[in-house]
Write a protein that binds this ligand. Structure first.
Ligand code: ZN
Length: 263
């Protein structure tokens, strides 16, 4: 039985009882902790805002004998509020949290993954960066930090340098044009460059590169398949995000047609 003081971020929340909330908190020093915030849904509760999804704060927890800790208090540091206000951003944030949840074992602190998650949410909330770019950088980086780093050097089969004509999701390896097969995904030089950048770039420069939207989209399709395959999970939150993107695209397209019609 112990009191725990730790920084952490809420990666899942579930309401239960009359006014209580069950939180899954990704903490700096203790990895994932499940904690009950009693009375958190009462409007006058101090914990109400601080115990919400994606709230990053300093938690005072009490851990008795069981698996679930109790939240004694929370001092919020950042709630990434603009994410809560934008349905596409919130869907993407939910997906990122899901990916983390599947990568992390409980009670396994991972400072690099936590830093990545916070940097990614910061970009999503406060920077004007295309969502697909944030998504694919997060996916490659999180997978690499989580022990699924793809091999993006020489051809995995024949060792030829400057390979990178194909990418094999299963083995996470690049292959040259001779060794790759039709079932492998096509890669071009720029796609490979983006993947390497996402994995190796300095934390602070994670999203500071330029590439055409069309190329980023192809890299992003690859990274989501890679994550899903190796984490052995179909992410419902990703499907939901993609549905929203399709609807956004449709609405934008329909606007364009109307304008063209008026000319
Ligand atoms: Zn080869």
């Amino acid at each position: 039985m112990a009191n725990i003081k730790t920084k952490g971020i809420v990666i899942r929340q579930r309401d239960y009882g009359e006014a209580d909330r069950m939180l899954t908190i990704f903490t700096e020093e203790h990895g994932i902790i499940k904690a009950a915030a009693h009375g958190a849904r009462r409007t006058r509760s101090k914990q109400s805002a601080a115990s919400q999804f994606l709230c990053f704060g300093e938690f005072m927890l009490y851990r008795g004998g069981g698996d679930v800790a109790n939240v004694n208090s929370v001092s919020p540091i950042d709630s990434f509020y603009p994410i809560q206000e934008d349905i596409s951003k919130l869907a993407l944030g939910t997906y990122f949290a899901d990916v983390l949840y599947h990568i992390l074992d409980s009670a396994n602190p991972d400072a690099a993954l936590l830093r990545l998650f916070l940097n990614t949410l910061y970009a999503l909330a406060y920077k004007n960066i295309p969502l697909e770019k944030i998504k694919t950088v997060f996916e490659w980086r999180a997978m690499s930090l989580g022990g699924f780093m793809p091999q993006l050097g020489v051809c995995a089969q024949c060792g030829k340098a400057n390979a990178g004509a194909r990418f094999r999701i299963r083995s996470g390896a690049v292959l040259c044009s001779q060794c790759g097969s039709r079932s492998d995904s096509r890669l071009d030089e720029l796609m490979l460059l983006i993947m390497r950048y996402a994995i190796c770039a300095d934390d602070k420069k994670l999203f500071s590169f330029r590439a055409p939207d069309e190329v980023i989209k192809r890299v992003s399709e690859l990274s989501e398949r890679y994550a899903s395959y190796h984490l052995e999970h179909e992410f419902e939150s990703l499907r939901y995000y993609k549905r929203l993107q399709d609807i956004n695209g449709f609405v934008k397209g329909a606007d364009g047609d109307e304008k063209a019609g008026q000319v």
